[in-house]
Design a protein around this ligand. Structure first.
Ligand code: FAD
Length: 502
């Protein structure tokens, strides 16, 4: 193998996490190479986005106009057949006190197009994008990651050296082990998803027609995503004990799940499943939720699914991927500019990232817990009271950041994880009941939902990113974490709060 090629930063993986980080680092004039195993456009699941990605991160990346012109379905909120009410209830982003205004929507995207836009944009920003280039292993020098060995499109082994490696290789990549941690899997969310695409399919009445619909049934829940007028993404999330059944008959399992879930069955009516092309197969994914015990080590940072993943019911995957890409870019840029020590810069990265993950985790656990009356195994296994307290405590400690010595960063809520989940669940359930089951509830009633502490916790950091994208650099922000840093004026590095205000 010839001498390693040198860069400032190597990014592994060209999904939303990798493209976001690479672009924002190259923007600062650093030499960035991105290795992507596949040739884009490539298929990926995760089609329902949140406003913080569309209006916050995409604006920072300079792709908001291109995304707007791509013709994706506008998503104004979510519709849920969940909890105890037999009727769907809706939330619209516009009815959040913080999200209202012209950016109160996201998109349902076909990920081939969306991810390709982000990757091509990275190349336009100066990133050396190398497709069909698979990272094999990290190169270490002493305790530090200093490079990556990969195979190029001709199958030749090559070596790259850099001051920093960002692993954005998703849930299947293996590079994360170089950070020295392990993946901790949640006992609570251990699901399998089986999904396919239908030509046509009904739509909810306006203004909910572009919403994601999540509908619970005895054995799990279904997503129903209106991708285009003539294309709907439908997936069943089932307990992992269904693995054998799914393996034996994917299509049959999906069809049976649809048959058992009235609202989705009715919407699909006579719609035919697509059987040809990229959307023609019924796919299976394990959507186990996990978080790594370390998100960074000297010379390497983990972002997106390479670091952590949570159950897809609230469409958080791409948000966490692009958010962590933004956080990592700020930290790497600050260290390369010799403005901050690695401990300080990556402590902020990890503290913020774990906090966001923990808030979503709590929200989703509360969300599942709203189906308390369910007696089927899928729902029983996900009642907070049935969770093993040891596992819960370990996981809560992990996501709260204590495992990374960042405990000072997550506030002083000393209640046990089980107590916090139970209280969050009660808040959420109460707010949903007060919101009612009306198909298009009034703003006043929806405000009730957004007032629930667990929901406003979910919204708060997303709102900051979105506001920053919209209002630009002028917005001064207080530190999110006690003793923490603030974004620099251009949003691409960190600054000490006093220095930034000076
Ligand atoms: P990815 O998008 O997985 O990108 C990683 C890239 O790394 C890939 O292109 C891969 O080819 C490349 N790669 C892998 N190994 C290597 C290697 N060795 N060398 C070079 N390149 C490599 N999220 C949402 O926001 N909304 C949803 O509605 C949603 N629904 C979901 C439903 C299910 C069933 C599941 C399982 C997930 C869902 N998600 C959803 C989550 C979403 O799919 C992910 O969180 C998101 O794709 C993560 O982005 P990423 O950039 O971290 O990784």
């Amino acid at each position: 193998m010839s001498a390693p090629e040198e860069f400032d930063v190597i990014v592994v993986g060209g999904g939303p996490a990798g493209s976001t980080a690479a672009t924002l680092i190259a923007d600062q004039g650093h030499r960035v190479v991105l290795l992507e195993k596949q040739r884009f456009p490539r298929y990926q699941i995760g089609e329902s986005l949140l406003p913080a990605t569309v209006h916050g991160v995409c604006r920072l990346l300079g792709v908001d106009e291109e995304i707007r012109r791509a013709g994706f379905t506008a998503k104004r909120g979510g519709s849920f057949r969940w909890g105890t009410s037999p009727d769907p209830w809706n939330f619209l982003f516009a009815l959040s006190p913080e999200l209202s205004g012209p950016t109160s929507y996201a998109y349902q995207v076909d990920r081939m197009t969306f991810d390709d836009i982000l990757l091509r944009n990275a190349a336009r920003h100066g990133v050396d994008v190398r497709e069909e280039s698979s990272a094999l292993e990290a190169v270490t020098t002493g305790e530090r990651v200093t490079g990556v060995v990969y195979t190029d499109p001709a199958g030749e082994r090559r070596e790259l050296a850099a001051a920093h490696v960002a692993d954005a290789s998703g849930s299947t990549g293996r590079l994360h082990a170089a950070a020295g941690g392990t993946r901790q899997y949640s006992e609570f969310f251990q699901n399998l998803a089986v999904f396919g695409y239908f030509a046509g399919g009904g739509r909810l009445p306006e203004p909910d027609a572009g919403n994601i619909l999540c509908a619970a049934f005895d054995e799990g829940w279904l997503w129903y995503i209106p991708l285009r007028d003539d294309l709907t993404s439908v997936g069943a999330v089932l307990n992992r004990d269904q693995a054998g059944r799914i393996q034996a008959d994917r299509e049959g399992t999906l069809r049976e799940s649809i048959r058992r879930c009235g609202i989705v069955r009715d919407l699909l009516g006579d719609a035919e499943r697509v059987t040809e092309g990229t959307y023609g197969s019924v796919r299976v994914r394990r959507d186990y939720s996990y978080a790594g015990t370390r998100f960074w080590a000297p010379g390497i940072t983990l972002i997106g699914d390479a670091a952590c993943f949570i159950d897809p019911v609230f469409s958080t995957g791409v948000h966490l991927a692009t958010y962590s890409g933004l956080l990592a870019a700020r930290s790497i840029n600050s260290v390369l500019a010799e403005e901050l020590s690695e401990d300080r810069a990556f402590g902020e990265f990890e503290g913020r990232y774990r906090r966001e993950y923990a808030v979503f985790y709590e929200f989703l656990a509360a969300f599942y817990d709203m189906r308390q009356r369910e007696e089927s195994y899928f729902w029983k296994a996900r009642k907070v009271t049935n969770m093993q307290s040891g596992d819960m405590e370990a996981f809560a400690t992990l996501v709260a950041g204590a495992a990374s010595a960042e405990s000072a960063l997550v506030g002083a809520d000393t209640r046990t994880a089980a107590e916090r989940f139970t209280s969050a669940s009660a808040d959420l359930s109460h707010a949903v009941q007060r919101t009612g089951a009306a198909r298009t509830p009034s703003g006043e009633r929806m405000t009730e939902l957004f007032r629930a502490p667990v929901v406003s916790g979910v919204m708060s950091e997303m709102n900051r990113i979105q506001r920053r994208g919209v209002s630009g650099p002028a917005t001064a922000e207080p530190p999110l974490l006690d003793g923490g840093l603030v974004p620099s004026a251009d949003g691409r590095r960190w600054a000490e709060p006093a220095a930034e205000g000076a």
